[in-house]
Ligand binder design. Structure first.
Ligand SMILES: *Cc1c(COP(=O)(O)O)cnc(C)c1O
Length: 376
């Protein structure tokens, strides 16, 4: 039998509870677009999407065709929106898998028209308007001519419009982005069609819905996984539960004398005779390099500091102050709860000098995802 040296535990029941909590805090007409790019933020696309389907999401959003096909192969009942720009050679997959692209340019429009004619099939699109992010989307001030052009093509069905905020913590710039976006809608009235989706907010902003009735969908990524965005948001106070925890086994314990330096680069010197544990995980799993000498691990519900530089496969932890005997094979929790104590993913991200989104994306393939599915 192969046992786990380290693993990520994914609590799908918590995911479902988070989804319901977020939904319940929004007016009932607001559509829930579940953002599951990057392998569902590292949680594993298949089990995650399956649970989200059962829990009642309205649409899925992903970054690219490959991610979209993985969801489409699970079922045909959910619209799938692709957030990123497509490469020309990917266009055919829109038809094959019944996917919705986000349209930003006239070049894309022409490609989609040709594709539609070739297959004799109408193509649904959402228009992406760049209101200040400077990434994909038509620059807001250039949007009206593109919209006029889209209107001329009956083979293209414009069924949504979206924008994306660059810095939700900056309220005045976000308001400016909102105003720019809304001015285009009000000028063109594209949103007046039944079923047309207008969306801007993600986990960090989430305030359009009560501010302006035009908005009728939200795109939720991070928050549904139980991680509150570090900058806060109107929904940041919702008691979402962490879905992912990360654990590793203690593989060795050794006594080392005062003055010994630890790990590569000798960045830590023992100030006393010490008991050092070896955790069987490193940056090749999910513990980012900057966590050395900064982050903590939980054993028996107690915090112990990581010491020395994190290596690819092993990380050192100082157990000198352990009040009771610590045994080989015990579980060290790097993200998650043990008894009364909890290490939040956002805390580990801070120690790793990164953001929670990136930390989730840096849990590698070597880490088995273990799913718990039971409703408590
Ligand atoms: C990733 C992404 C989201 C989700 O953002 P969260 O902060 O994780 O909720 C929403 N919209 C777009 C365009 C994205 O790229």
């Amino acid at each position: 039998m192969i046992t786990q040296r380290c693993w990520a535990e994914i609590n799908l029941a918590a995911l479902e509870r988070n989804l319901r909590l977020i939904r319940d805090s929004l007016p009932p007409h607001v559509r829930y677009v579940s953002v599951v790019k990057a392998d569902a933020y590292g949680h594993g696309i298949h089990p995650t999407a399956a649970r989200l389907m059962q829990s009642g999401v309205d649409l899925f959003a992903v970054a690219n065709i490959k991610e979209a096909t993985e969801i489409r192969e699970m079922g045909s009942g959910w619209p799938i929106l692709i957030l990123g720009p497509l490469l020309e050679e990917e266009d055919e997959a829109l038809i094959e898998f019944d996917l919705i692209p986000t349209l930003s340019t006239e070049v894309e429009l022409n490609r989609l028209c040709a594709l539609s004619q070739k297959h004799q099939k109408q193509i649904s699109v959402h228009l992406k308007i760049d209101s200040g992010m400077g990434r994909n989307g038509i620059w807001w001030n250039d949007a009206i001519p593109l919209i006029e052009e889209i209107k001329k093509h009956s083979e293209i069905k414009l069924c949504g419009a979206l924008t994306h905020f660059a810095q939700p913590s900056d309220l005045s710039f976000t308001e400016e982005q909102r105003t720019r976006f809304l001015s285009i809608l009000q000028n063109t009235e594209i949103h007046q069609k039944p079923g047309f989706l207008v969306h801007a907010d993600n986990s960090s902003s989430l305030r359009s819905f009560d501010r302006n009735a035009i908005f009728n969908a939200v795109r939720i990524g991070l928050l549904q996984f139980g991680v509150s965005p570090p900058q806060g948001s109107i929904l940041a106070d919702l008691p979402v539960e962490p879905v992912l925890s990360f654990h590793a086994k203690l593989a060795m314990i050794k006594n080392l004398p005062e003055g010994t330096t630890l790990s590569y680069g000798r960045q830590y010197t023992l100030q006393r005779d010490s008991k050092i544990g070896i955790i069987s995980a490193g940056y090749g799993d999910a513990i980012p390099l900057p966590c050395g000498n900064r982050a903590f691990g939980l054993i028996n519900g107690q915090n112990y500091p990581l010491v020395g530089r994190v290596t690819m496969d092993q990380t050192l932890i100082d157990l000198t102050d352990a009040p009771s005997e610590i045994e080989l094979g015990q579980t060290v929790t790097l993200i998650g709860r043990q008894k009364e104590k909890e290490i939040l993913l956002t805390e580990l991200a801070t120690h790793a000098k990164t953001i929670p989104w990136e930390l989730l994306c840096s849990i590698t393939k070597r880490v088995p995802r273990v799913y718990t599915t039971i409703r408590e």
